[in-house]
Design a protein around this ligand. Structure first.
Ligand code: URA
Length: 424
């Protein structure tokens, strides 16, 4: 059946509910270039203002899944995946995937690159000499069977409608619409084919969702789509007002993840890794104690196998920016705030992130947060170390950090890292 794009745009603009047939047609026609970018932009903006019902969102997701292939994973272990909505210093996939594999599940983690102030898992892993992000479906399958964990780029054929629509939303101010974000994430995750999925929905200055109400609404929309598609699914709402851990960037985050895999590392990274692993294992029906497996070194062994399987050398020294600038405490006191967004933008400007999809990133660029909120600091004590290969970048990074931290008299109130869990 054929429709008119203009009629569909008008219908949504005027607050009507789109029919299944209209949604199927418009996604298919857009994927094949029959609906033009400017028409899809108008429809995305109409959806931004008018929203979509949960039935429309479910159908929109299904149509995007149907635009491409679905991986059918043939592995003997239960398959379970994690998706984070993105944050600053969010390196959790790196310790989490091998940890959950070491506990007995198979983790197919198809990841993306960073855009804007939030880092990308593939950019971080590519700082490991030799490591390769692009795997074929048969390589993914083989590595899942042999190692139990694979972190790689999404294959080209997975939800192509989303790839096209996401790029369009990025340049038309229509990213932040809950039905569009939820359908975008879930179309890829459902097409990827894992039995179960745990979502890490971030809330705070460094996240897409700045308010708890918006983050909760997104989590509920994501879980509802998963349930509709027969997935075992949960969402953790987690704090992203402060960077996770101490390292923000590419190679620096790999180094910190390896510390965690060796049984050390910052307590917040360990806490979130273990909380997400416990939820993933529970959905996969595996009873194991992820904290004990992490402490035992088995997760590190699983990491080393995963990196080697993709051509990387887990023991190779990692790059660090050739130039360093230290930000010192201007007064003595207690570090009261360290704003995730400010640190994320600073790391991005140092070269850890990219402004356009085709830009390269610097493996050695990033920031080490030497003090975290609640720490006592003295005048002149180093607070942040900034690294880059391009020293001209320091000025922009320091401008981003201006006002990004405060020092007061008393320790700030500690908010919980895991705020809530929504189960399907
Ligand atoms: N991540 C996605 O994959 N899609 C969105 O729309 C937002 C974040």
């Amino acid at each position: 059946m054929s429709f008119s794009a203009v009629d569909i745009i008008r219908a949504k603009r005027d607050g009507q509910v789109l029919s299944d047939e209209q949604i199927d047609w418009v996604i298919d026609a857009y994927t094949h270039g029959v609906v033009a970018d400017e028409q899809m932009s108008a429809l995305a903006m109409a959806i931004f203002f008018q929203g979509m019902t949960s039935a429309e969102t479910a159908r929109w997701t299904q149509a995007m899944i149907s635009s491409g292939e679905r991986l059918s994973l043939d592995v003997s272990r239960p398959t379970v995946d994690k998706h984070s909505t993105g944050g600053v210093g969010d390196k959790i996939t790196l310790p989490l995937a091998p940890l959950v594999a070491a506990c007995g599940a198979a983790v197919p983690q198809l990841s993306g690159r960073g855009l804007g102030h939030t880092g990308g898992t593939l950019d971080k892993l590519e700082s490991i000499p030799g490591w390769r992000a692009a795997l074929s479906t048969s390589e993914i399958q083989a590595q899942l069977s042999s190692v139990g964990a694979v972190v790689c780029a999404a294959t080209e054929g997975l939800a192509p409608a989303d790839r096209k629509l996401y790029a369009l939303r990025d340049v038309t101010g229509t990213v932040e619409a809950i039905p569009l974000i939820a359908s975008s994430i879930m179309s890829k995750k459902i097409a990827e084919g894992a039995d179960a999925l745990v979502l890490d929905v971030k809330v705070g200055s460094g996240a897409f969702m700045k308010s708890l109400d918006d983050a909760r609404a997104l989590a509920q929309a994501l879980v509802a789509i998963g349930v509709e598609h027969g997935k075992k699914i949960s969402a953790l709402l987690t704090d992203m007002s402060v960077p996770l851990g101490r390292a923000v960037g590419n190679a620096v985050e790999v180094t910190e993840s390896v510390e965690v895999l060796r049984g050390g590392g910052p307590s917040d990274v360990v806490e979130l890794t273990v909380a997400l692993a416990a939820e993933m294992l529970s959905l996969a029906g595996i009873s194991a104690d992820p904290a004990a497996v992490l402490a035992s070194g088995e997760a590190y062994e699983s990491w080393a196998r995963m990196i080697r399987a993709q051509g990387g050398d887990p023991e190779a020294p990692l790059p660090i920016g050739k130039h360093k600038h230290v930000v010192e405490a201007p007064i003595a006191g207690v570090l009261s705030t360290l704003d995730a967004y400010a640190v994320g933008v600073a790391a991005w400007r140092l070269g850890a992130g990219r402004a356009r999809k085709e830009d390269p990133v610097q493996a050695g660029a990033g920031i080490l947060c030497l003090a975290k909120p609640g720490d006592r600091v003295e005048v002149g004590q180093p607070l942040l170390e900034l690294f880059t290969d391009t020293p001209d970048a320091f000025a922009g990074a320091l401008a981003a950090l201006d006002g990004g931290y405060t020092i007061g008299d008393a320790a700030p109130e500690q908010s919980p890292l895991v705020i809530d869990t929504i189960r399907g």
